[in-house]
Design a protein around this ligand. Structure first.
Ligand code: GTP
Ligand code: MG
Length: 335
């Protein structure tokens, strides 16, 4: 049994940077534009001998209407409710803002225990903000620099009380089917590993209904949907079970024609979609049946078609658009 740590705070304080640092991989999109992250996502973290699940969330805004920001906030609240402990992150260089105070008050009254983290403390400019953060009433701030990896030891120490006691964890024993008494050449072919999830990438143009499809399959509002095109940013992988088989469904950012993509954040999101296509066992291309099949549908179909085969692949491609004759090649994709 592990425990779950959720990262919350107003936009642009460095939640995704810390998430990537703790996960040890550049999974989440990071940019200096506020509001980059839209959906929450989790990853395993192993830091300083501590193992836990870390959850990145959308930046908190003080709105409760039907706006995108309010819907993002509800997503974040979903993630917060599922966590064992929350790290409330502030940008020490920017100082404490009214929004920080507002959410600190809410979090203090909530059920999830909260630790205060002062990020961006690698320089002297962060000192006033760091001292100011004591006012939030969330205890001593843990100073760190997510970008430079400073302060991680203090963070791990603060998280230790939330880790389950040793022995609570179950070690998963896995039989790989290898019998050492049989000569290597005579080993039976390993059976298809049905315990391994099949990775399904859900791809397509913006606004064709990819996220709605994922939510329908799961039967819950796991990812944000709505009329706004380009809603999904980070590709979100979710475990799903159907007829005793395990799947990893991955919702991805919609891909517009490359010539139309000039914003950096959209470029990052599309690069993430292409990465997911390369990793997937099955690519589901979603098209809008009410619209004419677009050249871009075909281009995305070809991106799925062109990726190289992976062990465990059952089919090279699902959802058409790829021209015949374009078999598995270098894994290059274009969109
Ligand atoms: N100087 C400094 N900059 C940082 C640090 N951590 C993150 N940043 C920068 O702050 C900006 C925002 O970082 P993100 O990780 O995207 O912030 P976020 O809180 O996830 O933002 P939203 O998803 O928009 O809510 C980026 O330009 C990062 O490079 C840090 O420790 N020091
Ligand atoms: Mg973010």
């Amino acid at each position: 049994m592990s425990f779950t740590v959720v990262l919350v705070g107003r936009p642009n304080v460095g939640k995704s940077t810390l998430f990537n640092r703790l996960a040890g991989k550049k999974l989440a999109l990071v940019d200096d534009t506020p509001g980059v992250t839209r959906d929450w996502r989790s990853a395993p973290a192993h830091v300083g001998g501590l193992s836990f699940t870390v959850v990145d969330t959308a930046g908190l805004e003080d709105v409760t209407d039907d706006s995108l920001e309010a819907r993002m906030r509800r997503q974040t609240e979903q993630a917060l409710a599922r966590a064992d402990v929350a790290l409330f992150i502030i940008d020490a260089r920017a100082g404490i803002t009214p929004l920080d105070r507002h959410f600190a008050n809410l979090l203090r009254r909530g059920k999830t225990p909260v630790l205060l983290v002062a990020n961006k403390t690698e320089g002297k400019a962060s000192q006033p903000g760091l001292f100011e953060s004591y006012e939030l009433g969330l205890g001593d701030p843990i100073p760190l620099s997510a970008e430079h990896g400073e302060g991680m030891a203090d963070l791990v120490e603060a998280l230790l009380p939330y880790a389950p006691a040793e022995g609570d964890g179950e070690v998963e024993e896995k039989d790989d089917g290898y019998d050492p008494s049989i000569p290597i050449g005579d080993q039976p072919e390993p059976e298809e590993d049905r315990s391994k999830p099949i990775q399904i990438a859900i791809v397509g143009r913006p606004n064709v209904g990819k996220s709605t499809l994922l939510n329908s399959l799961l039967g819950e509002e796991r990812v944000l949907t709505g009329p706004e095109a380009g809603m999904t940013r980070d590709a979100i992988a979710v475990d799903w079970e159907w007829r005793d088989r395990r799947f990893k469904l991955v919702d991805t950012a919609g891909m517009r024609r490359r010539a139309r993509v000039d914003e950096k954040v959209e470029k990052l999101a599309v690069a993430d979609s292409l990465r997911v296509i390369r990793m997937a066992n099955v690519v589901v291309l979603v098209v809008d049946a009410a619209a004419i099949l677009d050249q871009q549908d075909l281009t995305i179909g070809r991106a799925g078609d062109l990726r190289g085969p992976r062990p465990g692949d059952r089919r090279q491609q699902v959802g058409h658009g790829g021209r015949p004759g374009h078999g598995p090649a270098s894994g290059r994709g274009q969109a």
